[in-house]
Design a protein around this ligand. Structure first.
Ligand SMILES: Nc1nc2c(c(=O)[nH]1)N[C@H]1C(S)=C(S)[C@@H](COP(=O)(O)O)O[C@H]1N2
Ligand SMILES: [Mo]
Length: 201
């Protein structure tokens, strides 16, 4: 798998850690992942709840839209579709708006969220997420660019319409599929906006 990098991407050995708003402090006792919006049952899942629900593990590359990719990362977590089923998603649902503890936001469409590879990540490469990589939980959809992989995830809001998240409001693509090179909204062109790596592992 992943012999050749997707168009416009180069493999590097390790993740470059991004935290647009700094790394939040985590109080695991108080932490809940909330699922709300167009759902029958609003859910509040603790870290232990999530750990008990782990159902998925696979290897897949990670792709940041700025051009770096990491090969064959091992991901372990809970299928998003399982959580959506528990919550009883309304038939009008079209998007999941993702909100993080640091107030970072992004959005993914419901079709991508229901893909069996779309997960709430609890472990990377056999270890619990490190704080800087999004502990307690982050999103991962392997065929979407990394900005959709919200770290320190705290809220999933089910919506019937599209709204911009943080990078989407700065010109990045609504959907963000890697192999289709959905980097920017059509009207923006091909210019990268500034990024601030905070630490290289
Ligand atoms: N909360 C939060 N999640 C985030 C970001 C961020 O700044 N804050 N950056 C995104 C971007 S642009 C990328 S490429 C990945 C980087 O993941 P990493 O820090 O584990 O390398 O996190 C994504 N998730
Ligand atoms: Mo990114």
């Amino acid at each position: 798998m992943g012999q050749e990098a997707p168009p416009g991407q180069k493999y590097i050995p390790r993740f470059i850690i991004y935290a647009e708003f700094g790394i939040p402090s985590i109080d695991l006792d108080k932490y809940r992942l909330v699922i709300e919006g167009l759902v029958k049952n609003r859910l509040e899942l603790s870290y232990q709840d999530l750990i008990k629900m782990i159902d998925t593990e696979y290897k897949s590359d990670f792709h940041c839209v700025t051009g770096w990719s990491v090969k064959e990362v091992s991901w372990r977590g809970v299928k998003l579709s399982k959580i959506l089923d528990m919550a009883g998603v309304d038939e009008r649902a079209k998007y999941l708006y993702l909100v993080s503890l640091d107030n970072y936001t992004t959005i993914i469409n419901i079709e991508d969220a229901k893909d069996p590879r779309a997960i709430i990540v609890l472990e990377i490469n056999g270890k619990p997420l490190s704080i800087e990589q999004g502990f307690p939980a982050r999103i991962f959809v392997p065929y979407l660019y990394g900005w959709k992989s919200a770290k320190w995830l705290s809220r999933i809001v089910v919506l019937d319409r599209y709204i911009d998240g943080y990078w989407e409001s700065r010109g990045y693509h609504e959907r963000g599929r890697v192999w289709e090179e959905e980097r920017f909204k059509d009207y923006i062109g091909k210019k990268h906006l500034s990024r601030r790596p905070i630490k290289t592992q």
